[in-house]
Design a protein around this ligand. Structure first.
Ligand code: PMT
Length: 415
C-alpha cells in the first residue's frame, strides 16, 4: 500500500531519529515528503533527509518553491505525521496558529493527522499541554503517545519519543483503518432540542453536544463522510464534517428522515425533547400574577421512525440516557426502537453523561449481549464504539478492498 506521507519534523532533539523513520517508511513503499520547522533544522542534517526521502526538505513558507507548492502538498497527502512534535508546535496546532509552512499545512490538510510528542516529562504533564492534547483529540487528531524512559536531560520519565516501530505500526494501522472507512457515510445527531414556549422561552435539556460531536470527529478522522445534525451548542465544529443546524425535535425529525437514506451508519446521540408545547405563544407571555399551565404533547420518536425506513446494510445506533442502568430494560428499549446497537449512559452521575468531557457507556447488541466500554473521554469512547461497529457491520469499502480480515485499527489515543 503506497501512500503519500507528509512528514512534519519540529524542534526536538528526537528529530535526529526521524532520519531512520524516513528510511523505514520508504522501505514500506511510501512516498515521504519532509516539511521541517525552523527549529527542527538545528537537530537533523537536511541533506541526509533529502537523500533518504528523495525530495527536497521544505521549511520556509516564503521560499518561492514552497509557497507555490504548499496547497499541492496538502491536497496530495494521504496522511500528515508530525514526529517528533515539540511542546511548542503541539500548542501552536491546538491554537490554530499558522506562521510557517508546517503549521499552515496543519490547517490546510484534509487527511488524517498523527502526532508523536517528544519532550521533557514536566512539559508533557503541564496543564497547558494536557489541555492542548485534549483540544487536538477532540478534533480527531491521533496521538502516538510518548514512552517512559531516558530523556534528553538525562532524567528518566514520560515524554520519550515513541519507538520507530510503534510509530510505523500506528501509521500502518491508521492507514488501514482509513481504507475501511473511506467512502462510508455517517450521519450523527447531537445536542439538545429547544421546544419554543414563546419567542423568548423554550423547553430544553442539559445536552452539550459533546458526545455527538466526538462521534462525528472520530468518524471523520477515519476517513468517513460525515453529516452532523446539531441542536443548539457552542462547540467548535469538527473539521471535515458537514453540519446542519436545527432547533426543534420536529426540525430534527424532518432532517433525519431526509438524510438517513443517503447514509450507511446513523448515530442518534441528540437528546430529543419527548414533549413540545401544544400551541406555542406567538408573542412574549407577560407576567399576570397567575399560575401558568403549559399543555404539552408528545414528539414522535425519530429513532423508531428511522428503524422503520432502514434499508439492508444500513446500521442504526441509538443512545439511552438512563438513571437506572437495568440491562433488561435497556434491551427492551433497544428492541422497541429497532436499533442495531444501543449505547447506554447513566445520566444521574455528575462526572459523566450530560455536558461532561467524559462518559461511561455500556454497549448493547440486539442478541442480548453487552459490552462495558469503560469510562473515558468522549473521543476515546467514540473510537471504541467505531471499533465495535467495525466488528458487526461490514464497511462497503472493506468488502470491496478485500480488507475485511484485517485487524481493527485501534486508534492510539489516550485519555
Ligand atoms: O451532549 P452531551 O452533553 O455530550 O451528553 C451526551 C448525552 C447524554 C446527551 C448522550 O450520550 C445521550 O445519551 N443521548 C441520547 C439522549 C436521549 O434522548 O436518550 P433517550 O433515552 O431519551 O432516548 C433514546 C434514543 O431515542 C436516543 O437515541 C434518542 O436520540 C432517541 N429519541 C428520543 C426521543 C425522541 N422523540 N426521538 C428519538 O429519536
Amino acid at each position: 500500500m503506497r501512500r503519500k506521507i507528509l512528514l512534519g519534523i519540529t524542534g526536538s532533539i528526537a528529530a535526529y531519529k526521524t532520519l531512520e523513520l524516513i528510511r523505514l517508511l520508504r522501505q514500506d513503499g511510501h512516498d515521504v515528503q519532509v516539511v521541517a520547522t525552523k527549529s527542527a533544522l538545528h537537530f537533523f542534517p537536511v541533506l541526509t533527509a533529502e537523500v533518504f526521502s528523495g525530495h527536497p526538505v521544505y521549511s520556509d513558507l516564503f521560499d518561492p518553491a514552497c509557497s507555490v507548492r504548499h496547497i499541492e502538498l496538502a491536497r496530495d497527502a494521504d496522511v500528515l505525521l508530525i514526529a517528533p512534535v515539540s511542546a511548542d508546535f503541539l500548542s501552536k496546532m491546538a491554537l490554530g496558529l499558522a506562521d510557517d509552512l508546517l503549521s499552515t499545512l496543519c490547517l490546510t490538510v484534509t487527511c488524517p493527522v498523527l502526532v508523536a510528542p517528544a519532550m521533557e516529562e514536566n512539559m508533557y504533564v503541564h496543564p497547558a499541554i494536557q489541555k492542548h492534547r485534549k483540544t487536538l483529540a477532540a478534533r480527531g487528531i491521533y496521538e502516538i503517545p510518548p514512552e517512559t524512559g531516558p530523556l534528553a536531560s538525562g532524567k528518566e520519565g514520560l515524554g520519550r519519543f515513541a519507538s520507530l516501530e510503534t510509530i510505523r505500526h500506528s501509521l500502518k494501522t491508521k492507514l488501514m483503518q482509513n481504507e475501511r472507512w473511506s467512502g462510508v457515510r455517517v450521519l450523527v445527531s447531537a445536542g439538545p432540542t429547544y421546544e419554543p414556549i414563546d419567542p423568548v422561552r423554550f423547553i430544553g435539556n442539559r445536552s452539550s453536544g459533546k458526545m455527538g460531536y466526538a462521534l462525528a470527529a472520530a468518524s471523520a478522522a477515519r476517513g468517513a463522510q460525515v453529516t452532523l445534525i446539531s441542536g443548539p451548542t457552542s462547540l467548535p465544529l469538527p473539521p471535515g464534517v458537514e453540519v446542519l443546524r436545527i432547533e426543534t425535535a420536529e426540525d430534527l425529525g424532518i432532517s433525519m428522515d431526509r438524510l438517513f437514506p443517503e447514509h450507511d451508519i446513523c448515530f442518534m446521540a441528540a437528546a430529543v425533547s419527548d414533549y413540545r408545547l401544544d400551541r406555542p405563544h406567538s408573542s412574549k407571555k407577560k407576567k399576570d400574577g397567575n399560575t401558568w399551565t403549559l399543555s404539552l404533547v408528545e414528539n414522535p420518536d425519530i429513532l423508531s421512525g428511522l428503524s422503520r425506513q432502514k434499508s439492508p446494510g444500513q446500521f442504526l445506533v441509538g443512545f439511552a440516557a438512563e438513571s437506572d442502568m437495568n440491562p433488561e430494560k435497556l434491551l427492551e428499549k433497544l428492541r422497541k426502537k429497532g436499533a442495531d446497537m444501543l449505547l447506554a449512559n447513566d445520566i444521574s452521575r455528575p462526572d459523566i453523561g450530560f455536558s461532561s468531557d467524559e462518559n461511561e457507556i455500556t454497549l448493547f447488541h440486539p442478541d442480548g449481549t453487552s459490552l462495558p466500554l469503560g469510562k473515558h473521554s468522549k473521543i476515546v469512547l467514540s473510537n471504541k464504539i467505531l471499533d465495535e461497529i467495525e466488528k458487526v457491520w461490514r464497511c462497503p469499502a472493506a468488502s470491496s478492498n478485500g480488507n475485511k480480515d484485517q485487524p481493527n485499527g485501534n486508534a492510539p489515543l489516550s485519555d
